[in-house]
Ligand binder design. Structure first.
Ligand SMILES: *Cc1c(COP(=O)(O)O)cnc(C)c1O
Length: 394
């Protein structure tokens, strides 16, 4: 059974592909990724650009592969959280504009941004001055595109929205800086109650009006929306939307599911490594948190919490084998977990277990794990470790 369902695969990223000897892997569906980008583009007016947010290794999917696929599908910007994430994309030959969403605070970082032609977020008056000083010190040729971040209610990065005009004036007065955009980030866009969302939008518009009144230059690109806001309404789109989760085919909230049809892009799979009969009264795994009340058929699977399957799913999760739901039993261990496979008496080592994804008519989504763990799907996607090879499916 070792070659059962052997997919057409190409190895990508930082590891080898899913051969029949691979114990566990993450599968990336590039067709679904392309589909999602096209669906999102259809939602946008022609004047609104799409930034695919590929921070955190493209939400666990593999940044370089995802970046290349989304650019080909119609995204024109990439968003990353850190400078090394941006450098990884540049080193792979990607030339699209890359916005670093995180803050920059050290001269060495300014030099890296300039060298790799990344575009920084300016989050404070001090950061703006640091950029100007450092670029002057290295005789930077021309002006670096920079992005002004305003705090309109997220209470994270950026000066508060009332300081927008003052902040923009400072940046305009400094050498080697060109304001490429002004943006803000939403705190509650996925909530049904839009009170805070509309308050943030109003503050953003007030800030922009003040900038417009006090500056002779035309307004730069404006952007506010994450996935949830992009799916909420077009008044939030402005010139650019910054979409992460929806690119990966998941919805930020159930009430947004009817807006466009998205396809999940990530699947997590592993193989059965051993099958055996457990006698009644037998404890399974560390701490014997599961004790069988009957004779059952147990399978061992080659994936564990060191691969990113949260240990808190122990005794709670189900997986898919041959299109059937199968319960996980006992504590999930670092490298392996156990299943009650009594429903599949002829199960063989080497058969594929789908932890996240689709098998037959059944699907398990990151949202299902998030619900069991009282967290959000974003955290689930980012949790898969580099020990799992990423395998692109075309
Ligand atoms: C992560 C991030 C996004 C993308 O958020 P999603 O909810 O995944 O679409 C957009 N903007 C900023 C500033 C971010 O940090």
């Amino acid at each position: 059974m070792l070659s059962q369902d052997e997919p057409q695969i190409a190895s990508i990223g930082y590891n080898i592909g899913a051969s029949s000897r691979q114990r566990a892997w993450v599968e990336i569906d590039l067709a679904a990724l392309t589909h999602n980008v096209r669906q999102l583009k259809k939602l946008l007016s022609p004047k609104t650009a799409l930034m695919a947010v590929v921070k955190a290794d493209a939400y666990g999917h593999g940044a370089v592969t995802v970046a290349m696929a989304v650019l080909q599908a119609g995204a024109s910007w990439l968003g990353v959280a850190t400078i090394p994430e941006g450098i990884e994309l540049r080193a792979a030959g990607i030339t699209a504009p890359i916005l670093v969403l995180g803050a920059t605070f050290a001269p060495e970082q300014v030099k890296e941004i300039a060298y790799w032609q990344l575009q920084p977020t300016l989050c404070s008056f001090e950061a703006a001055k640091l950029f100007a000083q450092t670029l002057t010190a290295i005789d930077y040729d021309g002006a670096l595109p920079v992005h002004i971040k305003l705090d309109t209610g997220m209470s994270r990065l950026g000066p508060c929205w009332q300081q927008a005009a003052e902040f923009v004036q400072l940046v305009q007065s400094l050498p080697h800086l060109h304001i490429a955009s002004i943006y803000s980030h939403l705190a509650t866009a996925e909530c049904i109650d839009q009170t805070v969302l509309r308050m943030q939008q109003q503050r953003f518009e007030q800030a922009i009006a003040k900038v417009k009144a006090s500056s002779k230059l035309p307004l730069p690109c404006l952007h506010l929306a994450n996935s949830a806001a992009t799916l909420t309404d077009s008044s939030l789109h402005y010139d650019l939307v910054r979409v992460g989760l929806a690119v990966y085919g998941l919805y930020p909230a159930t009430h947004l599911q009817s807006v466009i049809e998205l396809k999940p892009t990530l699947q997590v799979k592993a193989r059965v490594t051993q099958v055996k009969i457990i006698e009644p009264g037998t404890g399974v795994s560390y701490g014997h948190k599961f004790v069988s009340d009957r004779s059952l058929l147990m399978a061992v699977v080659g994936i564990g919490y060191a691969d990113g399957v949260p240990r808190n799913l122990s005794n709670k999760m189900t997986v898919l084998i041959r299109g059937q739901k199968v319960p996980q039993i006992g504590a999930i261990t670092m490298d392996q977990l156990m299943l009650d496979v009594s429903a599949i008496p002829d199960l063989q080592p080497g058969e594929i277990v789908t932890l996240l994804g689709k098998d037959g008519d059944e699907t398990i989504l990151a949202d299902d794990w998030a619900e069991l763990l009282n967290t959000i799907s974003w955290e689930i996607l980012c949790g898969f470790k580099h020990r799992l090879p990423r395998v692109a499916m075309f």
